[in-house]
Design a protein around this ligand. Structure first.
Ligand code: 5GP
Ligand code: ZN
Length: 115
């Protein structure tokens, strides 16, 4: 989508600190990390947020949750101590970039509830 920063990063038009890439997703370091490890899992396809997911995206969603996230957890050495996934959605959810992304945060003890 024109003028979408995460489309541009995902398709390589804008440089990022990429930690993983395949045909359907790019994972890169957040510009403003909130934990020692903070990466964003971003589909290459422009999807606004999880509320816009539909059955066409089933394979993508399964890929992210059953393959990409477990691999990242191992590669970033977070699989034993744990980590947090966050998907901010819409205005009240605190979403600031309107291209679906899953935050993966780790390397410190998280608190609950979030703000
Ligand atoms: P949201 O608030 O939408 O859940 O998360 C957007 C995230 O994207 C924020 O954590 C913000 O720091 C990050 N971000 C915004 N613009 C850029 C950018 O140009 N590059 C990178 N690497 N991260 C960005
Ligand atoms: Zn986009």
């Amino acid at each position: 989508m024109a003028d979408c920063i995460f489309c541009k990063i995902a398709n390589g038009e804008i440089q990022s600190q990429t930690v993983y890439e395949d045909e359907s997703v790019r994972v890169f370091r957040d510009l403003s990390p909130q934990a020692p490890e903070h990466v964003l899992i971003v589909p290459k396809k422009h999807i606004e947020n999880v509320a816009e997911f539909n059955s066409e995206d089933r394979g993508l969603a399964a890929h992210i949750f059953t393959e990409v996230i477990p691999k990242l957890a191992k590669d970033l050495n977070l699989d034993e101590k744990g980590f947090r996934l966050v998907i901010n959605t819409g205005e009240d959810g605190g979403q600031t970039v309107n291209h679906l992304h899953v935050h993966l945060l780790g390397g410190r003890k998280m608190t609950w509830p979030p703000g």
